[in-house]
Design a protein around this ligand. Structure first.
Ligand code: HEM
Length: 505
């Protein structure tokens, strides 16, 4: 009898869970919008949720199958989202009628410290004020000063590579896992430029900043699991009083920034980094930002910069080793730049002048889109119409919009032969042919990426240094099929980003 009751209870619980997992699946039928059949729990993202494909691959293939529809229903796990497959509609929603869609959806629903103070999570007027406060932090003039700090980190990275090269005398080069190398670089650069802290993760791989930072990164391990749980079952997550970030680790970062601010105020110290810029921005702003609100920005900069910047170097070097002609042409530009510098260290303006470098990075950001998609949240009801006034869809408050960046980047109507790595797409002669709102590596409209200048400066600076000293070649461990082998939210192959570096001298 007891056994029967247990079995019955399990069946009922199983049924309820199934019902819950599919409760939203009628949304698009009811709203008369084309959609693909979703699966319980995983919606339309089964392959990536189950780690069988990267999020990019899954979303790009979804876009390819549905691109003839301007608007498509899409289930991100259980969450219904309306995908905009048409560049004109993207412009309408993200730029022209931004007032109706000024925020991101909340992926993380949690009251814990810092999360709700991050720029990317802030909403409406509060977001607008913080965005205005932060915009001066990322101007070209500020980046110019910050470049000196980056130069120190590039030099440490090269020193480390030099030691590896010398440890294998007589050998023509050595293997590196570019991802490990660039994670350390990203870490050291963000430590010095955002947190005012000098660390060298090559000589001292166990430094506290690196260890704590690594354990907080979203895209892997326990952090990834907690992140998924909080977005899938937010009520249970808060009921169990779980937190995404370990509070001791958050406190470490808070202390770092707050102590630096106090110390600098007391001793009148200035340093060309973000703490300094945030202190100035705070002073100039009429909003009385709290310490937490300021620290939270360093925190989001850490997450945004850490993986993205290092991934961009990896995907670009991966293309360069497969395309030796492109690598050689880039090397020639680098040599010209070095000669023009005439012994002076690399600086921001010299980086900006490297036009071929910019074409290569732009193409890398197209082909290996780091942010597969972005989203918007409808805050005011809105009727979307076509150019001729035909009504396309009624958006209601609470609707979520999906912008399929990687799909657009691989659409052969906009980028012929999308799998080909062709920097010429971004040459002066051809870049005017790019259809507006089809190339969106840093998002779109007033809510676009605030840190793109910083990211490009770091990546270009590192590539300059790397290619100046090394030729990048394939190693036996280089992944053959990056597209097929990547999993999760970024393109890192499970076996690592192995490459062979041959010293130029
Ligand atoms: C290659 C590197 C990067 C890529 C591809 C990237 C991409 C993006 C994308 C697609 C968005 C969403 C934009 C939208 O919804 O329209 C975004 C937002 C954001 N990014 Fe980046 N990002 C990168 C690096 C950085 C860096 C280095 C920082 C900071 C130092 C940063 C800070 C932010 C912030 C704070 C937001 C939210 C902006 C807001 O809500 O107002 N990103 N990024």
């Amino acid at each position: 009898m007891a056994l029967l009751e247990i079995c019955l209870a399990l069946v009922v619980i199983g049924y309820l869970i199934y019902k819950w997992s599919t409760a939203t699946f009628k949304t698009f039928e009811e709203r008369n919008l084309y959609f693909e059949k979703p699966y319980p729990f995983v919606g339309n993202v089964g392959a990536s949720a189950l780690q069988r494909a990267s999020f990019q691959k899954q979303l790009t293939e979804f876009y390819e199958r549905t691109r003839q529809h301007k608007l498509v229903g899409f289930f991100n796990l259980r969450t219904p989202m309306i995908t905009l497959n048409d560049p004109e509609l993207i412009k309408k929603i993200c730029v022209k009628d931004f007032d109706h869609f000024p925020n991101h959806q909340l992926f993380i629903i949690s009251k814990e410290r810092l999360i709700n103070d991050m720029l990317s999570v802030m909403r409406d007027q509060r977001w607008k004020h913080m965005r205005n406060t932060l915009t001066p932090v990322f101007t070209a003039a500020k980046m110019r000063n910050m470049f000196t700090l980056m130069n120190e980190s590039f030099a440490e990275c090269l020193q480390h590579l030099d030691t590896s090269a010398k440890s294998l005398p007589g050998r023509k080069g050595f293997e590196v896992d570019m991802k490990v190398l660039c994670n350390k670089l990203s870490n050291d650069i963000i430590a010095t430029t955002a947190f005012g802290l000098k660390v060298n993760s090559y000589d001292n791989p166990e430094n506290e900043f690196y260890e704590i930072g690594q354990s907080l990164v979203f895209s892997r391990g326990l952090q990834f699991f907690k992140f998924m749980l909080s977005s899938l079952v937010p009520t249970i997550f808060s009921f169990l009083k779980l937190t995404i970030f370990d509070s001791a680790k958050v406190d470490y970062f808070v202390r770092l920034v707050v102590d630096a601010i106090r110390y600098r105020e007391k001793h009148n110290i200035t340093r060309p980094d973000m703490i300094q810029l945030l202190m100035e921005a705070k002073k100039e702003s009429e909003d009385n930002w709290t310490d937490d609100e300021i620290v939270a920005q360093c925190f989001i900069f850490f997450f945004a910069a850490f993986e993205n910047n290092s991934n961009l170097i990896c995907t670009t070097t991966y293309e360069l080793l497969h395309n030796p002609d492109i690598q050689e042409r880039l090397y020639e530009e680098i040599i010209e730049t070095k000669e023009a510098l005439n012994g002076a260290p690399l600086h921001y303006d010299a980086v900006q002048k490297m036009t071929y470098m910019d074409m290569v990075i732009s193409e890398s950001l197209r082909k290996w889109t780091l942010a597969a998609a972005t989203d918007r949240f409808c805050s005011k009801d809105y009727t979307l119409t076509d150019d001729d006034g035909t009504k396309l869809f009624d958006f209601k408050v609470g609707d979520r919009v999906n912008i399929p960046i990687s799909g657009l980047h691989w659409d052969d109507r906009y980028f012929p032969e999308p799998r080909k790595f062709d920097p010429e797409r971004f040459s002066d002669e051809r870049k005017g042919d790019i259809v507006p709102y089809t190339y969106l590596p840093f998002g779109v409209g007033p809510r676009n990426c605030i840190g793109n200048r910083y990211a490009l400066m770091q990546v270009k600076g590192m590539l300059y240094n790397l290619l100046l000293h090394y030729k990048i070649e394939a190693s036996p461990k280089t992944t053959k099929d990056l597209w097929g082998s990547a999993r999760g939210f970024n393109f890192t192959p499970r076996s690592g980003f192995w490459m062979h570096l041959v010293p130029r001298k």
